[in-house]
Design a protein around this ligand. Structure first.
Ligand code: ADP
Ligand code: MG
Length: 702
């Protein structure tokens, strides 16, 4: 664990530089909140013009403080922060909590960078600037202007929005969701989300990491740290709509990347994505209190048919569909319900269910091997007391001593149900006021288990890759002063990474074209080769299915004529003669160099509808073969690859292999390649492989 970060977030001794005696000022509020929070390791207000604030001795400078000071909360105006940071460095402070705003978020980038450099030269780390502060229940530390420490618990929050942190702090009490730490991350000039994931994963008092993200600064490090983390991470990413992205940019000065790329990256990193603020809390509640759902068998126990049906519907949506329990389980359950109850799944104890029935069925079911997870539902009835039902459920669960199976609960009813659910949450059982939420929470615990498996697979080496050969081709293109590669050059690079490309040779005369066609055998395809014509068909630069010498000669002349008409000054290298690949399912593979995550691959079904349907999926490169295979199943039109309406299944194994090799290529060449695509790639019947018929690579400007 990083000692400086630990000193910042769990300090022994804290200075408040810019402390004030004037109520309402931030420099006053922070001192007040530290006192109210009960922090015991030394609160040191610093202000050259005051003697006492809220009963505490005030120091003229950090250097005058006699004792140990690990952290300094800085509230002085931006222009004084540099000098204050220097004094903190001299004093041996470990971390700066820069609450002051007016830095990169308003364009003052240089000042912010200077302060970071200075801090690093002293071995200090920085939270912020532009933060609310940091809170820790374990340390009774409220080093912020948030009103109070959150409800005690085992989740920890990192928020890029200060206002939202304060709001969530208050919500912890109404929703009864406990947190240990709440960290405002601000401009992330130094410490960012990747650092926080690393720190909190190693923090004994944190069981679940809850993140509110507007935009990541170092996306790849975030993925790497999250992949390595063993604790659940749940994130709410804002700025998903175009309008939202603009708001996020002006808010923190960071650029929000494309939603699809973020989603892909979170998935790869094993991070759970919440859909909204309520969902973020719902997920946090389940993930901080319960173990992952490892198997596939979810049993629902209810006293009402209606909520049972609602639960069944949401179980499908949450990827934990209900199956009937085996006969022996059903028979045992029948002993604890009236004859008109149902022992299938959901198990319906009927409205007559009392505390004993709940206790006995829950206790039996939770113990049974077939049951991997349990959702218990209750509808308020006239003859039962919700609190007693809650207590009997808790008793039934805890008597089993089982700690590796998850349980969630929903009580549907009025105030008495609310109280009962609060009691359950206080006893570590996540409770929700609607059956679908309890099931969705179980789905989240199931997702967590599945994501753990995905992120464990990091086998994306490609031993066949000839990086050197690829870089020689790129060097040649650069020496021509170009960034666009021709199809022939692009295909050579693809080949260097083991991608199956259709054989393609350059002809600079009609006779050469005939020779190449004969060597290949008819039919062939002729295409224009020019770095100035990237969309060859648009320029009339592609002629397919040429079956004899005459048609090759005609096509040769026509392509040259078309190219001239399309772009008179185009630099034409010649005409490519290609093997005519038999028709098959067309797919597209492409790559971009994302501002946040770097090389990112895309996969989708090709053909003329790709632009319209936008049925594509992304991954940050490189990817394992397993991840590549998962991509194939992610798009809506994936059944086409499995064979629909009597068509035979396509060669998905070969396609996954190509996708992984492609991702390896763009990751390996990330310093050079800006974007690329293989459009189309033809996918043949199972066992017959795939073929890249068109290739494009655009280099970064240098
Ligand atoms: P561009 O995308 O630059 O217009 P392509 O090389 O993709 O040019 O060619 C256009 C279309 O011609 C392809 O989508 C494909 O259907 C077909 N085609 C191109 N090359 C071949 C080939 N070697 N074998 C079979 N079909 C081909
Ligand atoms: Mg093409």
């Amino acid at each position: 664990m990083d000692d400086a970060i630990n000193g910042l977030l769990r300090p022994k001794g804290i200075a408040i530089v810019g402390a004030s005696d004037t109520p309402g000022k931030i420099g006053h509020t922070v001192v007040k909140k530290l006192i109210e929070g009960g922090y015991e390791d030394g609160i040191y207000p610093v202000n050259p013009k005051a003697d006492e604030i809220l009963g505490l001795k005030v120091y003229k400078s950090v250097l005058d403080i006699p004792g140990r000071v690990d952290a300094a909360a800085i509230t002085v105006p931006a222009k004084f922060v540099y000098d204050v940071a220097k004094e903190c460095g001299e004093k041996g402070v470990k971390g700066l909590i820069i609450i002051t705003s007016g830095f990169s978020e308003v364009g003052e980038v240089e000042l912010e960078e200077q302060i970071v450099d200075l801090a690093h030269s002293y071995g200090m780390r920085i939270l912020g600037p532009n933060v609310v502060g940091t809170l820790s229940n374990t340390d009774k530390l409220n080093a912020s202007f948030a009103p109070f420490l959150p409800l005690k618990g085992s989740a920890s929050l990192v928020s890029q929005s200060g206002a939202l942190l304060i709001a969530m702090d208050a919500i912890t009490y109404t929703r009864r969701i406990g947190f240990d730490k709440m960290i405002s991350i601000g401009n992330m000039s130094d410490l960012n989300f990747a650092d926080m994931v690393n720190y909190l994963d190693n923090d004994d008092n944190t069981k679940c990491l809850t993140l509110y993200i507007e935009g990541l600064k170092d996306g790849r490090r975030f993925i790497d740290e999250s992949r390595q983390a063993s604790k659940p991470i749940v994130v709410l990413k804002s700025g998903v709509s175009e309008h939202g992205a603009a708001a996020a940019a002006s808010h923190t000065g960071s650029l929000a990347g494309a939603t699809k790329v973020y989603s892909a990256a979170f998935n790869q990193a094993g991070v759970i994505q919440a859909t909204d603020l309520n969902d973020l809390f719902d997920c946090t509640l389940a993930l901080s209190l319960q173990p992952p759902m490892r198997g596939e068998n979810l049993l629902v126990i209810t006293n009402g048919g209606g909520v049972g049906v609602l639960a069944t519907d949401s179980a499908e949506q949450a990827n934990v569909p209900l199956k009937f329990a085996p006969k022996d389980v059903q028979e045992e359950l029948k002993l604890h319900m009236p004859a008109f109850g149902s022992a299938k799944n959901p198990v319906d104890l009927t409205g007559m269910a009392d505390t004993d029935w709940y206790h006995d069925t829950v206790n039996f079911a939770f113990t049974h091997d077939w049951v991997d997870a349990l959702v218990v539902l209750y509808c308020e009835t006239a003859m039962t007391n919700p609190m007693e039902i809650a207590q009997s459920i808790y008793k039934a669960i805890s008597e089993t001593g089982i700690k590796d199976k998850p349980v969630t609960v929903s009580f549907v009813g009025g105030e008495r149900c609310e109280e009962a659910m609060q009691w359950l949450v206080e006893h570590d059982i996540p409770a929700y006021n609607a059956p679908d939420l309890a099931v969705k929470a179980m789905g989240t615990l199931h997702d967590f288990a599945r994501l753990q498996e995905v992120k464990g697979d990091t086998s994306y080496e490609n031993k066949q890759a000839d990086s050197k050969a690829a870089r020689e081709i790129i060097a040649k293109v650069r020496s021509d002063g170009r960034t666009a590669l021709t199809e022939i050059e692009s295909k050579r690079i693809f080949k260097a990474y083991g991608l199956p490309v259709v054989s393609t040779e350059l002809a600079t005369s009609e006779d050469k074209a005939i020779k190449l066609a004969e060597a290949n055998g008819y039919p062939v395809v002729l295409k224009i080769v020019s770095p100035d014509i990237l969309h060859k068909s648009d320029a009339g630069g592609v002629k397919v299915n040429l079956k004899d010498e005459a048609s090759v000669r005609a096509a040769y002349q026509e392509i040259l004529k078309n190219a001239k008409a399309y772009k008179a000054d185009a630099d034409v290298h010649g005409i490519a003669v290609q093997h005519m690949a038999p028709w098959a399912t067309e797919i597209i593979i492409g790559s971009i160099n994302d501002a946040t995550f770097g090389p990112t691959v895309m996969f989708g079904l090709g053909g003329i509808f790709v632009e319209v349907l936008k049925d594509v999926t992304f991954r940050v490169a490189p990817i394992s073969k397993a991840e590549a295979a998962a991509m194939l199943d992610e798009i809506k039109s994936s059944p086409i690859l499995d064979g629909v309406r009597g068509e035979t299944a396509r060669d998905k194994a070969a396609l996954a292999d190509v996708l992984a090799k492609y991702a390896f290529m763009v990751a390996d060449l990330t310093d050079e390649v800006k974007e690329s695509d293989a459009n189309p790639v033809l996918v043949y019947e199972k066992g017959n492989g795939v073929m890249v018929v068109d290739a494009r690579i655009i280099l970064k400007d240098k």
